[in-house]
Write a protein of this length. Structure first.
Length: 174
């Protein structure tokens, strides 16, 4: 048994044991084991953040940019030159088709980015006043209904307690 235990190195718990031909990370990378003080940290290339944004940002191009790219594409005469421009600018051929159509329809104004989504409804100038009047009417009707409930309750209480009501109020109603 001594033969077996002499080959094994005893180390503190939690630290993996290495055989004689294994090297630590620092030894493999050329650094000093344990990270000696004063030594500069190893240079790690900075990578862009791999996180995908919560909502993708839509790219928008100015009319001048679109016209510049279209002019550059039209000057391209060699095979593959248009593809090179598209790759360099990060564009697709469908952009060129759309931009050409926009240019044909209305030159620079056709190339301006259009607002996406529903078109706003045109409101009549008196529509706001009408909405305010209707809201006020609903509020007043609600208050009238509450007042009528209170009056009915008061009549019932007066009848139960035997208190005579003023005759003028009942005559005014009729």
């Amino acid at each position: 048994m001594e033969h077996n235990s002499s080959k094994q190195k005893r180390s503190s718990p939690g630290v993996p044991q290495r055989s004689s031909d294994e090297r630590s990370e620092a030894e493999r990378s050329g650094g000093t084991p344990g990270g000696a003080a004063g030594a500069p940290p190893p240079r790690v290339p900075v990578r862009p953040d791999p996180e995908v944004p919560e909502k993708a940002q839509r790219r928008q191009y100015t009319a001048e940019y679109k016209l510049r790219i279209l002019a550059e594409v039209e000057r391209a005469t060699e095979p593959g030159e248009i593809g090179q421009i598209l790759r360099r600018e990060g564009l697709y051929s469908s952009h060129l088709i759309t931009w050409r159509r926009q240019r044909h329809e209305g030159a620079l104004s056709g190339l301006e980015p259009k607002k996406r989504g529903r078109k706003p409804k045109e409101t009549h100038p008196l529509a706001r006043k009408l909405a305010e009047a209707e809201a006020k009417n609903r509020k007043l009707e609600k208050r009238l209904q509450e007042a009528q409930i209170i009056i009915e309750f008061q009549k019932k209480v007066a009848d139960v307690l035997g208190i005579p009501l003023n005759r003028r109020e009942s005559e005014e109603r009729d």
